[in-house]
Design a binder for this molecule. Sequence first.
Ligand code: AMP
Ligand code: ZN
Length: 117
Amino acid sequence: MPGEPQDDCLFCKIVEGHVPATIVRETQTTVAFRDINPQAPTHVLVIPRAHYENVAALAAADPDLAADVLREAKAVADEDKLESYRVVFNTGPGAGQTVFHVHAHVLGGRGMQWPPG
Ligand code: AMP
Ligand code: ZN
């Protein structure tokens, strides 16, 4: 069922507290935690508690929940006093997605290049 926890999903396990993470914010619908392999001084992942494979599936199934994730991305940036930051949803293996539970990367605290790699 879309949105249901998946036994083999690392981020569902973080939501359930079965895998440790450095959690920075929690709401009824989302969890934000530090990336284990940070690519910038601020590198936080914001996920919905519900399991969706990627941002396209999330936005199609539950636009309000997609908005919750974006609102929390801003809250993370505000907490770290970031004026400029990047929000990234890698979508599909060819774009670098490795964990198939939708997550917003919130990256900031250093200069950034465009286009990304
Ligand atoms: P992506 O490649 O866009 O799917 O991003 C997955 C991200 O999850 C990577 O940046 C990883 O460093 C991060 N990651 C993997 N395992 C963990 C973990 N146990 N706790 C926190 N972040 C993780
Ligand atoms: Zn999941």
